[in-house]
Design a protein around this ligand. Sequence first.
Ligand code: 5RP
Length: 223
Amino acid sequence: MSPQDRQKKEAARAALAEVPKGCWLGVGTGSTTNYFIQLLPKRWVKGAVASSEATAKALKRRGIQVVPMIPSRKLAVYVDGADEADPRLRLIKGGGGALTREKIVATASRKFVCIADGSKWVKRLGRFPVPLEVVPIARHQVAAAVRKMGGRPVWRKGFLTDNGGEVLDVHGLRIADPAKMEKRLEAIPGVVCAGIFGKRKANLLLLGTRNGVRRLRAGSKTR
Ligand code: 5RP
């Protein structure tokens, strides 16, 4: 196992302690989340809401009940990875293309526990391109609007999300204020979701490092 994978797995293991027994859980998408699913004891949670078809499959394989969104109540915890996390626990997500459902499930949860390896930690968001899920007929129009904002959109050709959307990965955006940029991007007609989690940021980041897992809350120092 590579050092990066070891960090992902240790962060995933640390997240188990954040999941109350018998709760309804939200589960994200990606390799770090997959470690979490592998480590989650079968009867620990009542059931889970998955942020993607892939995650739903993995949970069912583990024998964990998967339910659609529960309209009447919030999920206790949402556990998911990230492509970037800043010191205020604002995130870039969507490397795996599940950003829209991830944002929906994260928003429906009382607590968002983000699990990541050390490479995801950044002082300022924006090195990783910002994924945008777009309605297919709007792709060119969204790309033009994003260029006007100084971004360089790259179409994830041949990829469709679980919602039938297309993805543009936007490079080169200057993200001074993540929540503002998220709002601006999501105001472009045809954008379903921007992969900036500035409004619904994480409550806790479990960051795998060479020296173990660090528990970070918004504003805490890392190194
Ligand atoms: C998927 C995501 C993932 O959480 C993000 O891409 C991190 O993935 P990984 O855990 O494989 O590094 O946002 O849409």
